[in-house]
Write a protein that binds this ligand. Structure first.
Ligand SMILES: *Cc1c(COP(=O)(O)O)cnc(C)c1O
Length: 396
C-alpha cells in the first residue's frame, strides 16, 4: 500500500493533489509514544481537518497506532468524529455559549471548561440529557489565551467539585497549554510548569481526582519530559513536522512529513527575454526562456506571499515562483531546461526525492510549517496511502 502515486509520469491524476501517507502518520505516533515518560498516553490533535490532512482518515490511523485520545478545537469537529463512528476518549476545547453542549454530552465528548459560565452550561446540558457530563478544567498558567486565570481557579474548582458531588459532571481532566515551548529555554517555561503544578494542587485539595492531567503540545512533548504528566497533546508532530527549527528537524525525532503537495504542469512555452510574468509583471524574463504553469494558487492555500520566493521542484531542480501567485495558478521559469505539459511539479513533501518541505515554504514566506499544511484548501483532493497497516507493522 505504500505506492507512491506521485510517479512523475505525465498526464496522470488530478492537476493538483495532496498525497497523505498514513503509514508515516502511524510511524510518527509510535515514534512520539516511545518518547513519553512515566506511562503518559498520547492525544492526536486532529483539529482543522487534521492540519489539512483530512480528519477522519488521520484520526483512524492515529488510533490504530495507539493514540489513546483524540483532540479537537471545535464541537463540530468532535461531533463529526462521533458521527463517523469514533468512540474513544475525545476532548474538545473551544466552546462558546452556543455549544452545542447537550449534543456533546450525549456523544460522550470531554468538554473543556475555562470559566463558571461554561461549567454552568455543562451542568445544564447534563441535567437535560439525563447523563453525567465529562468535564476537563482548563487553567491559564501563562499563555493568556483560554483557561481560567489563577484568581478564578479555586472558585471554578470548588464549583466543579460541587457539581461532581451532585452527579452532574465528572471532572475527567485538569489541563493547561504552553506559550513558548517551541523556543527551548524560554523564560516563560519554568513559571508555567510551576503554575500548572499549583493548579493541580488546588484541584486535588478540593477533592478532584482527574483521570488525566496534561500540559504538553508537540514542542513540550519533544523537549520537556517533565511536562508529560498523564497525557500529551501532539498535533503538528503527528503530521511529521517539527514545531520549530529551534526544537529540531523532523529527522531528529524520527518523524516523517505526511503530506506531499504536487501538481501537473498545465502549460509549457518558450517566451522571449523581457517578457512580463503574471499579474503586475513583478517578474520579467531575463532572456529567452521556458515558462511552466503550475495549477495551484492561493485558493488552494499556496500563500500569495510566496510570489517571487516559493520553492518548487520541476524538471529535477528547485525553481522559484516567478511573479505573483494568482488564485488558481502560478508560473515558474525553467531557464534553459525543458519540461512537458503534464510533468510533475512538487511543492512540498518529506524532502527525500529532492523536493522542498513545508518547512522550506514556511521559511520562504515567513510563517510556520503548521500554516503551510493547514491552509491547503478543500479544492485539493487528498489521496490516502497505507490506510491499512502493512504485514510488518507493529500492532497496537
Ligand atoms: C493545537 C493545539 C495542540 C497541538 O499543538 P501542536 O504544537 O500542533 O502539537 C495542543 N493543545 C491545544 C490546546 C491546541 O490548541
Amino acid at each position: 500500500m505504500n505506492d507512491h502515486a506521485t510517479t512523475g509520469r505525465p498526464g496522470e491524476g488530478p492537476p493538483l493533489r495532496a498525497d497523505i501517507d498514513l503509514a508515516a502518520l502511524r510511524a510518527n505516533v509510535r515514534a512520539l509514544r516511545r518518547r513519553l515518560v512515566g506511562g503518559a498516553a498520547l492525544m492526536a490533535v486532529v483539529k482543522a481537518d487534521a492540519y489539512g490532512h483530512g480528519m477522519l482518515p488521520c484520526a483512524r490511523a492515529a488510533r490504530q497506532a495507539g493514540a489513546r485520545w483524540l483532540g479537537t478545537a471545535t464541537p463540530a469537529e468532535a461531533l463529526a468524529l462521533r458521527a463517523a463512528g469514533d468512540t474513544g476518549p475525545l476532548l474538545c476545547w473551544l466552546w462558546t455559549p452556543d455549544g452545542p453542549w447537550r449534543a456533546a454530552v450525549e456523544a460522550d465528548i470531554d468538554v473543556s471548561v475555562s470559566g463558571r459560565w461554561a461549567l454552568d452550561l455543562a451542568v445544564a446540558a447534563a441535567r437535560a440529557a439525563g447523563r453525567t457530563a465529562r468535564v476537563q478544567l482548563k487553567a491559564d498558567t501563562g499563555l493568556g489565551r483560554n483557561g481560567a486565570p489563577p484568581a478564578d481557579w479555586p472558585e471554578l474548582v470548588a464549583a466543579a467539585r460541587a457539581a461532581e458531588e451532585a452527579g452532574a459532571v465528572r471532572v475527567t481532566g485538569v489541563w493547561s497549554h504552553l506559550a513558548c515551548a517551541d523556543e527551548p529555554g524560554h523564560p516563560s517555561i519554568p513559571p508555567q510548569l510551576a503554575a500548572f503544578a499549583e493548579a493541580l494542587t488546588v484541584a486535588e485539595r478540593a477533592g478532584l481526582r482527574p483521570e488525566v492531567r496534561h500540559l504538553a503540545n508537540s514542542p513540550g512533548t519533544l523537549t520537556l519530559p517533565e511536562a508529560h504528566y498523564d497525557l500529551v497533546r501532539t498535533g503538528v508532530s503527528v503530521y511529521g513536522l517539527s514545531p520549530s527549527a529551534e526544537v529540531g528537524t523532523p529527522e531528529d525525532f524520527g518523524l516523517r512529513p505526511v503530506m506531499t503537495l504536487s501538481a501537473r504542469l498545465a502549460q509549457v512555452k518558450r517566451v522571449p527575454g523581457g517578457h512580463g510574468v503574471s499579474y503586475g509583471h513583478h517578474y520579467t524574463t531575463p532572456g529567452p526562456t521556458t515558462l511552466a504553469l503550475v495549477p495551484a494558487g492561493y485558493a488552494d492555500g499556496v500563500p500569495r506571499h510566496a510570489s517571487g520566493c516559493g520553492p518548487v521542484l520541476v524538471a529535477g531542480k528547485w525553481r522559484t515562483v516567478a511573479g505573483r501567485v494568482a488564485m488558481d495558478q502560478f508560473v515558474v521559469d525553467l531557464g534553459g531546461d525543458s519540461a512537458e505539459v503534464g510533468d510533475e511539479a512538487v511543492l512540498f513533501g518529506p524532502g527525500d526525492r529532492g523536493e522542498p518541505t513545508a518547512e522550506d515554504w514556511a521559511r520562504a514566506v515567513g510563517t510556520i510549517g503548521y500554516e503551510i499544511v493547514t491552509r491547503i484548501g478543500p479544492r485539493v483532493p487528498r489521496i490516502y496511502h497505507g490506510a491499512e497497516p502493512g504485514p510488518g507493522e507493529p500492532k497496537d
